[in-house]
Design a protein around this ligand. Structure first.
Ligand SMILES: [Zn+2]
Length: 385
C-alpha cells in the first residue's frame, strides 16, 4: 500500500467475520465499518459541507461520469481539485464511471478498448476507457479512485457475466498501469453477477494484485436480497484481510449488518438523501412518510435518541408542514437526519465489534425472520441520484 494510505484492524468479532478498523488517507481517517454519503455532482444534495461534517460523515463519494459531463474535470482542477472546489477537506472517493456508462447512457458500444457513448447533455460522442477514467479521476483528485469496470445487468446470462467479469479484470490491469500517483489509492472492483463461482474466481484473481483496497460491485442491481447476501458472504472473505473492503451502492440496515458480518468495512448509498427529497425519514431502520396525517400534530422529534441538528431543534409536525408545503428546508432537515441515522448505525456496530458485542446487539438484523424492516435495495443509487 502507498505510504499515504494504510488500514489498521483494531478488533475482530469472535462469532462472525465482522471487524473494526481505521483507514488512513491523505485527508484524514475513516473509522470502519462506516457509511459514506453520496455527493454525485460534488455536493451532497441540499446540505452544506459543515452540515455534512456534523452528521458524522468521514469519507464521502463523488462521481467521475457525472463530473466529466458537468462541469468537466478541467474546471474542477481549475478550482483547486475536488476537495477545494466543493469545500470538503475530508477523505473522498470517486466512482470510475463504469456503472453509470452501463446503466445510464444510450447508444453505447462496448469493446475491449472501452465504451463509446453519447453524452445525455449535448449529444457529443464520448470514449471512456480504463486509461481515460483514471486520467479523469487523477485530475479530479479524490483520495480513493475506482477501477473502470463493466457492470452486467440483472438478470444476465452466465456467458454475458463471465465475459464482463474477465474484461473487468483486464481493464483493472490497464487502470493499474495508467495510475501512477501515490496521492490516490486505486481500488479494484469484484464483478461476477450472481454466479458465485465467477465471484470467487474474480476475488481470488484481484486479491493477488496487492491493491490498497477492494470493492464488491454489481450488487443491488435488482437481484433478490438473499442472493446479494450470498454474493457478499462468498466474496468478502476471499479479499485480503489487511485491506479495506467496500460494498458499492448498499445502505440499508439489514444489508449493511449482513455485509459487516462477512467482513465489509465501507458502504455508500443515495437512499438517505433521495428519500429525504421524497419527504421520507429513516427512523431506527424504518421509513416514515412525513405526509402521513399522524405527524401533523406530533410535536416530538423524529428520533428522541438522535443527536442530529434536525432532531435537536424541530418536531415531526414542523417537518411534516415543510414537506406538505414543499419547502426546500424540509429536504435539508430530512437529509441531515437520514445521513446521521445511517452513519450512527455503522458507528454503533463499530462500537459493538470493539467490545465483541456485535451478535448480542445486532444479531437480529442477520436473521430472515425480521423481514418487516426490509427496505428496497439501494444500488440504483449509483445512478446519479
Ligand atoms: Zn436526527
Amino acid at each position: 500500500m502507498s505510504a499515504n494510505f494504510s488500514f489498521q484492524r483494531l478488533a475482530q468479532c469472535s462469532q462472525t467475520k465482522a471487524r473494526a478498523g481505521v483507514f488512513f488517507t491523505p485527508h484524514g481517517l475513516v473509522e470502519t465499518p462506516r457509511f459514506m454519503p453520496v455527493g454525485t455532482l460534488a455536493n451532497v444534495k441540499t446540505i452544506t459541507p459543515s452540515q455534512l461534517r456534523e452528521t458524522g460523515a468521514q469519507m464521502i463519494l463523488s462521481n467521475t461520469y457525472h463530473l466529466h459531463l458537468q462541469p468537466g474535470e478541467a474546471i474542477v482542477a481549475g478550482g483547486g481539485g475536488l476537495h477545494k472546489f466543493m469545500g470538503w477537506n475530508g477523505p473522498m472517493l470517486t466512482d470510475s464511471g463504469g456503472f453509470q456508462v452501463f446503466s445510464l447512457s444510450e447508444m453505447r458500444k462496448i469493446s475491449e478498448e472501452g465504451v463509446i457513448f453519447r453524452s445525455p447533455h449535448d449529444g457529443q460522442i464520448i470514449n471512456l476507457t480504463p486509461e481515460r477514467s483514471i486520467e479523469i479521476q487523477n485530475t479530479l483528485g479524490a483520495d480513493v479512485i475506482m477501477a473502470f469496470d463493466e457492470c452486467p445487468p440483472y438478470p444476465a446470462s452466465r456467458q454475458e457475466v463471465e465475459t464482463a467479469t474477465e474484461r473487468t479484470y483486464r481493464w483493472l490491469e490497464r487502470c493499474m498501469v495508467a495510475h501512477q500517483s501515490s496521492e490516490q489509492a486505486l481500488f479494484g472492483i469484484v464483478q461476477g453477477g450472481v454466479y458465485l463461482d465467477l465471484r470467487s474466481r474474480a476475488a481470488e484473481a484481484l486479491a493477488k494484485l496487492d491493491l490498497p483496497g477492494y470493492a464488491i460491485g454489481g450488487v443491488s442491481v435488482g437481484e433478490p436480497p438473499e442472493l446479494m447476501a450470498q454474493i457478499v458472504q462468498v466474496t468478502a472473505p476471499l479479499l485480503p484481510p489487511e485491506k479495506p473492503r467496500y460494498l458499492m451502492g448498499v445502505g440499508t440496515y439489514r444489508e449493511m449488518a449482513i455485509a459487516i458480518a462477512s467482513g465489509i468495512d465501507l458502504f455508500d448509498c443515495v437512499i438517505p438523501t433521495r428519500w429525504a427529497r421524497h419527504g421520507t425519514a429513516i427512523v431506527q431502520g424504518d421509513r416514515w412518510n412525513l405526509k402521513n396525517a399522524k405527524f401533523r400534530e406530533d410535536f416530538t422529534p423524529l428520533d428522541e435518541t438522535c443527536p442530529c441538528y434536525t432532531c435537536q431543534n424541530f418536531s415531526r409536525a414542523y417537518i411534516s408542514h415543510l414537506v406538505r408545503s414543499q419547502e426546500i428546508l424540509a429536504y435539508t432537515l430530512l437529509s441531515i437526519h437520514n445521513i446521521t441515522e445511517l452513519i450512527r448505525f455503522t458507528q454503533k456496530i463499530r462500537e459493538a465489534i470493539l467490545g465483541d458485542r456485535f451478535i448480542a446487539e445486532f444479531g437480529h438484523w442477520l436473521s430472515k425472520a425480521d423481514g418487516a424492516k426490509e427496505w428496497e435495495s439501494g444500488r440504483q443509487g449509483r445512478v446519479g441520484e
